[in-house]
Design a protein around this ligand. Structure first.
Ligand code: C2E
Ligand code: CA
Ligand code: CA
Ligand code: CA
Length: 274
């Protein structure tokens, strides 16, 4: 028995070493990408179910060489602190894209960017944001910042930070709602502009015995004047049910995968309900 225990120990140690190596490799990738223009953004439309238009585009970060997915590299970026610089890159890239949309297509759309709880530690962020909005002549409300509840756990300055963002005029969306703590009391002092229901809800609350929970949730959010986005919608059945229960926006593969920036013109012209 002693021998097995020892082997187990070596086995887990080996696993840990592999994990550390992998993290180190990802960290190097991220540092390189920051230096050598190795990041890009993909854009996924959020469809307004009343009009069929994409009113919002969520910007999703990619490594150009696709060597690692965001699910793999974002946690490393957060642990290593690189998320601060990466978060600024994403912010600036989104603002530049807004300027292109405005100047080339004479169109209007809001771009949503993801904001990690760790970015609260970026004390210069608010100035950086204001400076770039001004430089590219973009009104703040064309930018939306997606936060998750974890931001409240990360730092007690979160509410102040979010209020400062709101004062600049950017929109705030609460992401991944329905996972984690989802304390409704948060909603009363978080002052978000919209709520994004996690894919988990679209996947697990459509069944006949659970749909009432989803309906109640949507109604409750509406009673707080919060528009509701359902994320990760993949099927026509999900779409039809969510529409029937007054969900406001849908984002998911059913309408569109995240697309490269050269597809934005086509997204803007399209009516997704036709
Ligand atoms: P998220 O913010 O919840 O983004 C939604 C994720 O679901 C995206 O994955 C998107 O591609 C995917 N998705 C959208 N529709 C569907 C669908 O119908 N089916 C399925 N299976 N998936 C769908 P992605 O792009 O891999 O990003 C994963 C996560 O990485 C994001 O989750 C977000 O938490 C994080 N992330 C991505 N870009 C950034 C960024 O610029 N900054 C930060 N801090 N985090 C980011
Ligand atoms: Ca998001
Ligand atoms: Ca989400
Ligand atoms: Ca997420």
């Amino acid at each position: 028995a002693k021998k097995i225990k020892k082997n187990n120990y070596l086995y887990y140690n080996q696993k840990m070493i592999e994990q550390l190596k992998r993290r180190k490799k990802i960290k190097n990738k991220l540092q390189n990408a920051l230096k050598n223009n190795g990041f890009s953004l993909k854009y996924q439309p959020q469809i307004n179910l009343k009009t069929g238009q994409a009113d919002f585009l969520e910007a999703l970060l990619r490594l150009k060489d696709n060597s690692f997915s965001p699910g793999e590299f974002i946690p490393v970026a957060e642990e290593s602190g690189l998320i601060i610089e990466i978060g600024r890159w994403v912010t600036k890239a989104a603002i530049k894209q807004l300027a292109l949309i405005k100047n080339q297509y004479q169109a209007e759309i809001t771009i949503s960017i993801n904001f990690s709880a760790k970015q609260i530690r970026d004390h210069g962020y608010l100035d950086f944001l204001k400076k770039n909005l001004k430089k590219y002549k973009i009104a703040a409300h064309y930018l939306e910042i997606e936060i998750t509840e974890s931001i409240l756990i990360e730092d007690n300055k979160a509410i102040t930070f979010i209020n400062q963002l709101k004062n600049i005029g950017v929109q705030i969306a609460l992401d991944d709602f329905g996972t984690g703590y989802s304390s409704f009391s948060y909603l009363s002092y978080l002052k978000t502009d919209k709520v994004k229901l996690d894919k988990f809800l679209a996947d697990n609350f459509m069944a006949a015995d659970k749909i009432d929970t989803l309906i109640n949730l949507i109604n409750l959010l509406h009673s707080l004047d919060l528009p509701v986005v359902a994320e990760g919608v993949e099927t026509k059945e999900q779409y039809l049910q969510l529409k029937a229960h007054n969900c406001d926006y849908i984002q998911g593969y059913y309408f569109s995968k995240p697309l490269a920036k050269d597809q934005i013109k086509a997204i803007l012209a399209k009516n997704y309900l036709n």
